[in-house]
Ligand binder design. Structure first.
Ligand SMILES: [Zn+2]
Length: 78
């Protein structure tokens, strides 16, 4: 069993790391391809599980994740 079950969502210790990496990808193509690549590049992350949770929070494409999800959860202190 490898430690690859981390779900990166707001409040997770690595959430800010994910957002800062994703924010380097400035152009959104209406997909979550860049978020997927970012998550995959972080290692020990459940990529599909994280994307599913982010979509539930309104992050259905890269810019929605970066802007809407990250901004609406900024007050959580993560
Ligand atoms: Zn978008």
């Amino acid at each position: 069993m490898r430690g690859s079950d981390e779900i990166i969502v707001p409040g997770h210790p690595r959430w800010s790391e994910f957002v800062s990496k994703l924010s380097r990808a400035r152009i959104c193509f209406g997909t979550t391809d860049q978020a997927r690549l970012t998550l995959a590049g972080m290692g020990d992350v459940n990529v599909e599980g994280s994307l599913r949770e982010l979509a539930r929070l309104g992050g259905t494409c890269d810019c929605q994740i970066e802007l809407d999800v990250a901004r609406s959860t900024a007050s959580m202190g993560a």
